[in-house]
Design a protein around this ligand. Structure first.
Ligand SMILES: [Zn+2]
Length: 440
């Protein structure tokens, strides 16, 4: 996905109140695919009767047609036409099927099968029988500007925003998850957040007519935790649309390792040199951190690297060992199963799913046992200083300074503490001195 540059300074927004939500509506989706909606009239606008059916578990499209009293030849022709676009056997339960009838003559005029929020197969009668087409849900690109303060948790603050117009609950959870992923190295949203902490962020979205989000992309974000501001500005050095986040000095906000292999999970047992073992009931060290989560929850690789072990190993059950480029090794135990394609020698990316939470080995409940090792010695992943990600490349400094300035200006249209733009005072040389990617 390419992210268009934001050019206007947007100084026009009203800033009253503790909370401002503003939408900058960008370009409408390109013309071309027709919108989902009423069919074009043939002669005069027909009186249409809509009959909507949701596919039940185990039910087939053919059974729905049969249940709607559609004749055999039409049924066959409809299925043939549908097969040109999708496999009727792989339709999920809950799929919405809308039958469009001519009101007067009780004759079938067309059928819409909503495959996903973005795709509808439209079946229409023609001279030969039935023809089919895929109709794509149109989208609007907009930019969301949101700020507020925290009463209880960030999650409560965002999911209960009255003004997040039309946004679904699932989309709000996704926004919280995105913020958590960006700030995971600076702030533990599940434990560190204080009443009165503030946040502001700007996100570029693709939105459907019903207000749901096809995709959302953070451009800049700020979280002020107990008076300490943390900022993250998206920048794409490789221009491949992926990009990453830097602070206002151009230093990466990322680390070479994620804080935890399961986002938003609960720590059920921390790192210690001596603890009472829950299964064996005697005191011994716990050289890792346990994160509790339901069986089947995906487990993410905390760094890029190569899988060096993927097998059953005694008390740790199904275990994966991953060697990072800096030589550190992360281990993930008690897995139910490994992810598809994960075996010794597989190369993985930070955040890639390597397996699923289980109860294999010696456990009292489902969790992942997570370890981080350097030269064979265990480290406490939650208290060690993790090696930093790379800063903005020197060769991209000019573009970074311009884009970061724009993105910070966008944030500044929202109420909050003024942003000190250190970017103006920082040069590639001074950056080279402060950057520390060696990580001790
Ligand atoms: Zn453990």
């Amino acid at each position: 996905m390419t992210i268009p540059r934001i050019s206007s300074p947007l100084a026009l927004f009203g800033l009253a109140g503790a909370l401002v939500v503003a939408l900058i509506v960008g370009s409408l989706a390109a013309s071309g695919p027709p919108e989902v909606g009423p069919l074009e009239p043939v002669h005069a606008a027909p009186a249409e009767r809509l009959q909507t059916v949701e596919l039940k578990w185990g039910q087939t499209f053919g059974e729905v047609l049969e249940g709607a009293n559609i004749g055999w030849s039409d049924q066959n022709s409809l299925l043939l036409a549908f097969r040109e676009q999708a496999n009727p056997r792989s339709m999920k339960d809950g799929t919405r099927i809308t039958l469009r009838w001519f009101q007067e003559v009780e004759e079938l005029r067309g059928i819409d099968v909503t495959l996903s929020a973005d795709e509808t197969v439209r079946l229409l009668r023609d001279e030969a029988g039935w023809s089919s087409d895929v109709v794509r849900t149109p989208i609007v690109v907009d930019t969301l500007l949101i700020s507020g303060s925290i009463e209880y948790t960030l999650s409560d603050a965002i999911t209960e925003l009255g003004d997040l117009s039309g946004t679904t609950w699932g989309d709000r959870v996704e926004i919280v998850d995105k913020l958590d992923k960006v700030f995971q190295w600076q702030v533990d949203f599940s434990r560190q957040v204080q009443k009165g902490d503030t946040y502001r962020f700007t996100m570029e979205r693709e939105v459907r007519p019903d207000g749901s989000m096809r995709s959302g992309h953070l451009i800049a974000a700020e979280f002020v935790n107990s008076g300490m501001p943390y900022r993250a500005i998206w920048f794409d050095p490789n221009k491949d649309g992926v990009g990453t986040f830097y602070d206002e000095d151009g230093k990466s906000v990322r680390r070479a390792f994620l804080m935890k292999p399961i986002p938003l999970s609960r720590i059920s047992s921390g790192y210690s040199n001596a603890r009472l073992h829950p299964v064996h009931n005697f005191v011994r060290a716990h050289r890792g951190v346990d994160f509790a989560a339901p069986v089947g929850t995906p487990i993410e690789a905390t760094s890029d690297g190569v899988i060096i072990f993927a097998d059953y190993k005694g008390e740790l059950g199904n275990l994966i060992e991953l060697r990072a480029p800096n030589g550190w090794v992360s281990r993930y135990g008690h897995m139910k199963s490994f992810a598809r394609g994960i075996r010794v020698g597989s190369r993985v990316k930070q955040g890639q799913i390597v397996g699923y939470v289980g109860t294999t080995g010696a456990v009292t409940g489902p969790h992942v046992h997570y370890e981080l090792r350097r030269n064979g010695a265990a480290l406490d992943p939650l208290s060690i200083k993790l090696p930093a990600g790379d800063p903005v490349p020197t060769s991209d400094w000019g573009r970074w300074a311009l884009e970061a300035e724009e993105r910070l200006l966008l944030l500044e249209t929202l109420p909050g503490p003024p942003i000190f733009r250190a970017a103006e005072d920082v040069t590639p040389d001074s950056l080279a001195n402060v950057s520390d990617s060696s990580g001790d």
